[in-house]
Structures are given as C-alpha cells and as structure tokens.
Design a protein around this ligand. Structure first.
Ligand SMILES: Cc1cc2nc3c(=O)[nH]c(=O)nc-3n(C[C@H](O)[C@H](O)[C@H](O)COP(=O)(O)O)c2cc1C
Length: 381
C-alpha cells in the first residue's frame, strides 16, 4: 500500500527489492499518493496492474481480492492519516479497505514530519495498531521533506525487506529439509513395473507443511502431485533414482515417507514381454537401502523413517530399533481411513528410546503438522 507522503518515491525501490527477493508484488495506492508518484511506475516494476480506486478497478472486489491474495501487506510510506484510519477500522478507500479485509500480517513504515509523529493522536494510533499485531518499522531520524531534520523519516527499503523476512519467518526458518514421497516403480520391461499403493499424499503434506513453516524443502517424489511453491521438487521413478537424488542433497532433517520397493527385477527386458512367450521368470534383486545410507552419513541428519505395517506395530518398533532412526512413523495400512491414498491417517510415533505415541485418525496435513511440532521441539526450535 502506498499512501500520500513524500517518501512514496522510496516505495518504488522497495517494490524492486521485493521483486528481486523473488516475491510477487501488487500495489494499491491511496488517492493522495498520486500527488507524489504515479501508478505506471509500480505497474512497470511489478508487472501487475496497480489498484487505485475501490470502484474503478478490473477486480470486482479489489479490497477482498487483494486482502485474500496477499501473504503479507506492507504500508510504505504509512501516513498519519492512514495509520489513523487503520487504527479505527475505517475503510473508505482502497488501501484502508484492503487493510481491513486482509488476514495476512501487516507491516507499516510510518513517514511524516516530527510534529505529526509526536502528536498524541499518532502515538495512540500506533499503540492500538501494535496491540492489533501490526509490525511497525521505523521511522528513523534524519533529513525530512522541506529541508527539516528530525524523527519521522521512513525506514530504508532494505530495512523494510529485512523486517518483512523476520515477520514471516516460521519456526523452521533456516532448516534444510529433505522429504521423500510416493511409491517407486521398478521396471519389468519398458511398459510394466512392480509398484505399490503409495499415493504420495502423506509425504507431500509433510513437505508442504515444512515449507509453510519456513523450512528450505527438497521433495524427492514419484508422483506428479503439485507442491507448495517454495518446495524444490525432484521427480523420480525407481528406488535407484530416488537413492541417487537423495545422495546428492545435504540436509538437516530427512523424512522418508516414500514407499520404496525392497526388490526390483534384476534384469529388466529391453523390449516388451509378449504373452505368446508364456509367463516370464522374473528374478529379483535388492534395491539400494536409502534409509541406511542416510543413517551412515558422516554428519548424519535427523532422520524420520516410515513403516507401513499390516500386522500391528511390533514390527515397526523392531524396525525403528534396527535402523536407529530418530523418529519412526508407523501406520497400519489395512485400517479403514488410514494409510495409502486416503486423506486421513492414523499413525503411531516411535521415539528413538522406544517410547510410542498413538495419534488419533486425523487429516494427513494434521499428521504432518504434529510431526513437525515434535521435530521442531527435538531440534530445539
Ligand atoms: C507536500 C506534502 C507532503 C506530505 N507528506 C506527508 C507525510 O510525509 N506524511 C504524512 O503523514 N502526511 C503527509 N502529507 C499529508 C497527507 O498527504 C494527507 O494527510 C493525506 O490526506 C494522506 O492521505 P492518505 O493517507 O490517504 O494517503 C503531506 C502533504 C503534502 C501537501
């Protein structure tokens, strides 16, 4: 949001910095802001049309559309008048209406003459906004418009970007996470494979939630499901391809939710097998043990294994002990509403010391959220 103060010229540079940081930026301007800068500047920098009027816009409902679209709203510069409107929930033009219509976190960068900044009304409004959870950056001290000096100068755009990053940082910010997902396919011939029933839903939910919480996520998946836009996706098919991809990735936490084949055809046919040739004898050989090679790394990450079981949890407990994983998520895949392809899952969490937590049947996204809570706690976050 750009409002009507002299520092509006700095909002153009702020937009440029945000674009360079990889953000998508949309600008709305108050009517008064047009006295200081033109919408063409912002449209050219951001590549998006600028919203300048609540009732004359290409959007049917600009304030709610923008408010729902945004992950964060920055008001820079924030005039005394706009701060007053925001503090009182007034919404008579596009900027203040958007601020009232959004549930995204809001950051304001006030800019005004010292007298306006120090006025009790402005102070009161700022207190209200901070109580409402608004982040305030600046103002700084220095040269003001008209040759004046003092407090009231808008924070520098670099400072605003840094404050935005801090405001949006999640509990997993800075954590490098690798997630595997989906079932592998092991070629019998160019058209047939040995596969399994894994849908990849659980692993994708784990990757998406980690990204949402601020982690740097790489997802090695066999499915073509979409992923959170911040997730770096590597698509693979076989256990070998998954092992090769995993080997190249350095990470702090590895969550192995993929259902990896234990065996593959030792000698897949180069040409399609023919029915007329009769039933083939397919010799199998073991696939690479991805979990064990991650566990054997010199500087090994925190490792979460998955165990799909059909005969109760005892085998999963045994597997957790044998593999030495930090956590093991066990699920009974034959239970109604749990395991492969469902949107819900009932899992048990096996800790390294053998302790077991039984979680209720919940959405896979909730399983992912609970899992990251446990991991974050264990990692001291
Ligand atoms: C030359 C000039 C500069 C101004 N600079 C500021 C300013 O830096 N900060 C501020 O709060 N108001 C400033 N104002 C007053 C605002 O433009 C005025 O309060 C306006 O109604 C703000 O509207 P808006 O918040 O809807 O953009 C300035 C006015 C003029 C004429």
């Amino acid at each position: 949001m750009v409002t009507g103060g002299v520092a509006a010229y700095k909002a153009a540079y702020l937009s440029r910095l945000l674009i360079e940081a990889g953000e998508e930026v949309r600008v709305a301007m108050t009517v008064e802001a047009h006295n200081f800068i033109g919408p063409t500047t912002f449209a050219s920098i951001t590549g998006n049309p600028v919203v300048t009027d609540l009732f004359e816009s290409d959007l049917t409902s600009p304030h709610t559309d923008l408010g729902r679209w945004a992950d964060a709203v920055i008001v820079a510069p924030a005039t005394a008048a706009t701060l007053a409107r925001l503090a009182h929930g007034l919404s008579e033009e596009v900027a203040s209406a958007t601020l009232l219509a959004t549930q995204a976190p809001v950051l304001v960068a006030p800019a005004m003459h010292t007298e306006m900044w120090e006025h009790p009304a402005t102070k009161r409004n700022l207190e209200v906004l901070q109580r409402d959870g608004v982040t305030v950056v600046g103002p700084g001290e220095g040269a003001l418009a008209g040759g004046d000096q003092g407090i009231g100068r808008m924070a520098e755009p670099e400072e605003i970007v840094a404050a935005l990053e801090k405001m949006l940082a999640g509990p997993l910010t800075g954590l490098r996470v690798l997630v595997t997902a989906g079932g592998t396919r092991e070629a019998i011939d160019p058209v047939r494979f040995i596969g399994n029933r894994s849908s990849g839903k659980m692993g994708h939910a784990i990757a998406d939630v980690a990204a949402h919480l601020g982690a740097e996520v790489t997802l090695v998946t066999t499915t073509d499901r979409p992923a959170h836009r911040q997730v770096d996706v590597i698509r693979v098919e076989s256990a070998q391809e998954m092992a090769d991809a995993v080997e190249k990735i350095e990470s702090d936490v590895v969550v192995m939710a993929a259902a990896v084949a234990d065996f593959r055809p030792a000698d897949p046919a180069i040409k399609k097998l023919r029915r007329t040739d009769g039933p083939p004898q397919i010799e199998l050989e073991p696939t690479p043990d991805i979990l064990s090679s991650v566990m054997a790394r010199e500087n090994r990450p925190f490792v979460v294994g998955f165990a799909a079981e059909t005969e109760g949890i005892d085998r999963a407990i045994e597997k957790a002990k044998r593999k030495g994983t930090d956590l093991t998520v066990a699920n009974e895949v034959t239970e109604a509403g749990a395991g492969f392809a469902h949107d819900t899952n009932r899992v048990s969490l096996i800790h390294a010391d053998g302790g077991v937590e039984h979680w209720p049947l919940v959405a896979k996204v909730e399983v992912a959220e609970r899992l990251w809570n446990v991991i974050a706690e264990k990692r001291g976050r």
